[in-house]
Ligand binder design. Sequence first.
Ligand code: NAD
Ligand code: LMR
Length: 344
Amino acid sequence: MVKVTVCGAAGGIGQPLSLLLKLNLTVSQLSLYDIVNANGVAADLSHISTPAVVEGFQPKSKDDKDTIKKALSGSDIVVIPAGSPRKPGMTRDDLFNINASIVRDIVINIGHVCPKATILIISNPVNSTVPVAAEVLKRMGVFDPSKLFGVTTLDTVRAETFLAGLIGEDPASLKGKISVIGGHSGETIVPLINVVDYVSEKAAKLSKKDYDAFIQRVQFGGDEVVKAKNGVGSATLSMALAGYRFTLQVLSSLSGEKSFAKVPDSAYVYLPGLPNGQQISAKYLNNISYFSLPVNLENGAVKSLVNPFDSLSVSSDERKLIDVALTGLQKNIAKGTSFVKSSK
Ligand code: NAD
Ligand code: LMR
């Protein structure tokens, strides 16, 4: 019996993500919350012949504080794709002023209603919205760092697709064989390709031009979609798949399934609060407090982090990319943290 709530369920990501969750046979309750059209999306999905019972929750007015609480009540997993997407010319950081308060307010409700839920944050800028969520939960005295994740899986999905094209492999065969760490914007995104021998061997034969183009394309893949959509939004369908893929990793951990991937998918987490996170951060990451690393999960929570410096043979080029990422991340983290610390 697993209840999943999607906040922002009527949006470009929310709808296809909710469809994928409705198709998952381990989900027993699917709660769809949005400030618009949640009831319509729920009615539509509820006709699909799978076990999950779907309910829509849409506030009746701006003052309605109860509907979101009803939506969240009893949730095991809350996925948050609520908030505005980018338009051409914007950075993810430009979304902070709108989305930070949306995430803050949803997470306050999670803290009240279902503080033990696993929280997956999709809303951008992820590098800052996750610190916003953590600070809110810390303030409320209910922060469990092992259950708060920024969803960065789309970067891994892109890396698999783009690298497969360059080395002549089936993209699906690269799942779990390369890794993306760091954050989720531009130069904070760091793809690691020296993870599994046959991939590393083929990737090592890439020309410098191809390797640099690969890194650039993974780091700025989001911009490619924003440009192509030309003002109508950013990645939604590939993101729904990526968000579902990470939710599946959480769902599998809840049902005790073992993963056989060489590396599990990464997520952006609070390192000081995690078993080996503090140690990785102090030794290799300049004491950064948030970073995306491959996460081994158990019962919906981080069991351990894969230390890429121990087990994924980080190259000197990749180390340089990590150093650049750390500089950008420090600023993004400070922005999210101070937003909550300076609010009443
Ligand atoms: P969208 O505008 O299509 O959908 C957003 C939905 O959120 C809308 O239905 C809107 O009504 C809803 N919403 C707004 N305020 C809300 C609130 N207070 N409570 C509940 N719902 C609320 O946008 P989208 O394309 O689905 O993107 C959503 C977010 O995901 C954006 O911030 C985008 O940048 C981000 N995103 C992240 C990744 C990632 O890799 N993490 C990838 C793609 C997009
Ligand atoms: C992405 O990577 O596609 C998302 O973060 C959306 C965006 O703004 O690029």
